[in-house]
Design a protein around this ligand. Structure first.
Ligand code: URA
Length: 211
């Protein structure tokens, strides 16, 4: 598993505003979107491309073009939806699937309650969107789900991660899966309720105004 932590002053600035509990939902949504676009640039570094011959106004040349099958973007409902437009801004030709997974707040087990994905993901490069990699349970469940359907490589794009969650993903994921994490920051720890500390609170609630 590879972990890429974005190291950039713009990311640090936007993340600080995002974490601030006084930041309202409309600004929070905008910042999530902007951060994901910055992450997407790094996350798509190994996107498959093929040669494509074109004519410029001056000459014929061979450029590069995103290969088929199209990459797939999979937001994990609900909070991952807040990352979708930031991702598709950079990758507008991607196909979008949805995975509804949530954490049982008592047991912290992962429950899959919705799935809108092709059965066959053979050869697809998949980008998983979830703002918070906390316990790692959702990431492991979603990655196995996608790999079982044939996904070629899977990149998890998160805003924040907890060291405990990254460790669990590293230890639990089938090592044969080509898997990468792109994250804006790795925080200090998880609290006893499974929240990232210092974190930013409940990402879904902050995105959708339930605080
Ligand atoms: N999910 C969130 O929304 N926030 C956390 O801190 C952990 C999981």
């Amino acid at each position: 598993m590879q972990i890429h932590i974005l190291d950039h002053p713009l990311v640090e600035h936007k993340l600080t505003v995002l974490r601030d509990k006084n930041t309202p939902s409309n600004i929070f949504r905008e910042l999530v979107s902007e951060l994901v676009t910055l992450e997407a640039y790094e996350a798509t570094r190994n996107l498959d491309v093929v040669d494509k011959q074109i004519e410029t106004p001056i000459a014929t040349m061979t450029g590069k073009h995103i290969a088929s099958p199209r990459p797939m973007v999979v937001p994990i409902l609900r909070a991952g939806l807040g990352m979708l437009d930031g991702m598709t801004k950079l990758l507008p030709t991607a196909e979008v699937g949805f995975l509804g997974m949530k954490r049982d707040e008592k047991t912290l087990d992962i429950i899959t309650y919705a799935n809108r994905l092709p059965e066959d993901l053979t050869g697809r490069q998949v980008f998983l969107l979830d703002p918070m990699l906390a316990t790692g349970g959702t990431t492991v469940a979603a990655t196995h789900y996608l790999a079982e359907r044939g996904a070629k490589d899977i990149t998890s794009i998160n805003i924040l991660a907890a060291p405990e969650g990254l460790k669990r993903v590293e230890e639990t994921l089938d090592p044969s899966i080509d898997f990468k994490v792109v994250v804006c920051a790795v925080d200090d720890h998880l609290d006893e309720h499974g929240y990232i500390v210092p974190g930013l609170g409940d990402a879904g609630d902050r995105l959708y105004g339930l605080i």
